[in-house]
Design a protein around this ligand. Sequence first.
Ligand SMILES: Nc1nc2c(ncn2[C@@H]2O[C@H](COP(=O)(O)OP(=O)(O)OP(=O)(O)O)[C@@H](O)[C@H]2O)c(=O)[nH]1
Length: 224
Amino acid sequence: MAGIDKVKILVLGDSGVGKTSLVHLVCHNEPTTNPSWTIGCSVDVKLHEYKAGTASEKTFFVELWDIGGCTGHQNSRQIFYNPVNGIILVHDLTNRKSQQNLRTWLAEVLRKDNKTANNGYDYDPEEFAGNQIPLLVIGTKADQAETIRDKSKSRTSSMAEEFGADQFDLDCQNVKYLSPGSTNAVKLARFFDKVIERRYYSREGQGHYSPPLDRRRFKNSHVD
Ligand SMILES: Nc1nc2c(ncn2[C@@H]2O[C@H](COP(=O)(O)OP(=O)(O)OP(=O)(O)O)[C@@H](O)[C@H]2O)c(=O)[nH]1
């Protein structure tokens, strides 16, 4: 697998919303039976075909950094935030507060130095309007949220709109929610493509593949 480029995506949200369960489902195509409480951070990897089925198809590693949501670890988890190529914001559809807190999570990552008096992070929509990091909003526990689903859905949609992000809901314990070809699977693949595009194809313009600097240096040293 040497020589495969990678992108780093942060998976953020309150403790217990289902980040570990989501990452397991995405990376292993099966539900996890007993997710443990994440202390610090846990990283899992998925092989993703960028622009699958087209002439530009190329394999990338997508690293999903599952960040422990415990409020007590707010200061220590800053070390995981840099660099970042994409962000998945996760909330529990049965817990409205976890959805509102996504703004605080985003502020924590994007404005690390701007703490408020109560030690939280301020969210200012205008400041995030020009944010270049691709975002995806995912609502979990859809199986438990059937009755409140429509109300919750419209709230999530407006929040995703505010972030300029795509969004979908799922049950992390049911593989059918991410089955190949499903709307959710397509949205997720499109999000991974966007993250890769920003990281490797847009910097030098024209949509040409631009490998990381360290690899270019290595290549040049062989040419010399
Ligand atoms: N019914 C249902 N339960 C879920 C779903 N997603 C997660 N859970 C359960 O919710 C609990 C918490 O899930 P985790 O994946 O550990 O949550 P987390 O966000 O990683 O939590 P931290 O590690 O504390 O940050 C577990 O008991 C999961 O089995 C879902 O979509 N539906």
